[in-house]
Design a protein around this ligand. Structure first.
Ligand code: PLP
Length: 394
């Protein structure tokens, strides 16, 4: 059996048509397959590799940590230097009320932890989320996912969840003193990059404060400079009670986190004690990698260049087949008339050595979310290829 057959047979599949590339090396914005063909990565492992694949400083941090220790004990018992240092750096760059970090293995687990925390802190059960939002695939996170097609097959899910329209002022009327928390993506990524109006975000924060509801903002995809600021919520002048982090948080290693005020987070220590447990959450190697990546992101002024790089895509991606280009920094959706056209473009790009993707709730939109370190030269090359592929479809 060749490797592709083994992959299809023994590696559990969730799609009838996986991309199925065998990548043997990755560096910066480039992937190399087993035949030596190079691909320009325009999706960064779905908003993960913000400082590029295998940044030397991230690789060095991982190697150094492996030389000292790997797993020691379940989360939160030992003083693990990479965890402590990373929590300190993260909280230094977050508003003062977001000062306590609970590290998890993934974004979905960060969502789960935040939901539990909100219920425990408020003594309420209702959770409000928004249509076309994605917060993870585990049962709790799935319960608040904003699309019935994916939820339906797995019912019963969590009770007392209300889905409302994002960026709609009428939605806010449903937030009451029965609501434990409202969970929202700062920018709805999987809907095809949809940002709310600043007025709505402000009104959402106000309504949460008035009703004693915790505001949970999901920055798992929008965080770490992707939208042109370190955190997406900075653009809206709001401060969440809990922020969800993941994806780029680990610099290419698996890591998630939910961050809140110590006063809130403290409830996990009693009644019941060990209110949220994880064996591997905040793994020292992942924290070392994540901290190294954050330092690169900040020191190399990568975020300051995001707007200019995004503008290159938006300005140059003009073609009769492109309906619209929506961008929030380097989180970009290129909208076509249909999924069929989008699929042809994505397949054509892949053949030409360009890796793109679509969005879960917007199959007619092509995802462009490259490493933030992508160069202007690489961007221009990518756009040229895309336009050539589009010309073949006219
Ligand atoms: N929240 C958002 C906005 C996401 O985009 C994702 C993953 O795509 C998640 C949560 C879930 O993260 P994970 O896949 O690490 O569980």
């Amino acid at each position: 059996m060749n490797k592709r057959e083994l992959f299809l047979r023994h590696v559990a599949q969730t799609s009838p048509a996986p991309i199925g590339l065998e990548i043997v090396k990755a560096k910066g914005s480039t992937l190399v397959d087993a035949a030596g063909k190079k691909y320009l990565d325009l999706i960064a492992g779905i908003s993960v590799c913000n400082v590029g694949h295998r940044h030397p400083k991230v690789v060095k941090a991982i190697k150094n940590q492996v030389d000292d220790y790997m797993h020691l004990l379940v989360y939160g018992e030992m003083i693990e230097t990479p965890q402590v240092q990373y929590a300190k750096w993260l909280t230094d760059y977050l508003p003062p009320t977001l000062n306590s970090v609970y590290f998890t293995n993934s974004g979905a687990e960060a969502t789960e932890g935040a939901m539990k925390l909100a219920k425990r802190v408020t003594n309420r059960t209702q959770i409000i989320a928004f249509n076309k939002s994605y917060h993870g695939s585990t049962q709790g996170a799935l319960s608040i996912m904003g699309d019935e097609y994916w939820r339906n097959a797995f019912r019963p899910l969590l009770p007392d969840v209300l889905h409302l329209e994002y960026d709609a002022f009428e939605s806010l009327e449903h937030i009451t003193n029965q609501t434990a928390c409202v969970i929202a993506e700062t920018i709805q990524a999987e809907r095809g990059v949809v940002a709310p109006s600043p007025q709505w975000m402000t009104a959402l924060e106000k309504k949460c404060r008035e009703t004693g509801t915790l505001l949970v903002l999901d920055e798992i995809q929008a965080g770490f400079g992707r939208t042109g600021t370190l955190w997406g919520f900075e653009q809206f002048n709001v401060v969440p009670d809990i922020v969800l982090l993941g994806k780029a948080l680990g610099g290419g290693m698996p890591l998630g986190a939910f961050v809140a005020d110590k006063k809130i987070m403290q409830v996990f220590t009693e009644n019941p004690v060990l209110g949220h447990i994880t064996t591997f959450g905040g793994h020292p190697v992942c924290c070392a990698a994540g901290l190294a990546a954050l330092k690169v992101l900040l020191k190399d002024e990568i975020i300051a260049q995001v707007a200019h790089k995004a503008a290159l895509f938006v300005e140059m991606l003009q073609h009769p087949l492109i309906k619209k280009v929506r961008s929030n920094g380097l989180l970009i959706a290129v909208e076509f008339e249909s999924f069929e056209i989008n699929k042809k473009v994505i397949d054509g790009c892949l053949q030409q050595g360009l890796l793109t993707d679509w969005f879960l709730f917007a199959p007619e939109c092509m995802r462009i979310a490259p490493p933030l370190t992508i160069s202007a030269k690489e961007i221009k090359k990518a756009i040229k290829t895309m336009l050539q592929v589009l010309d073949t479809l006219k």
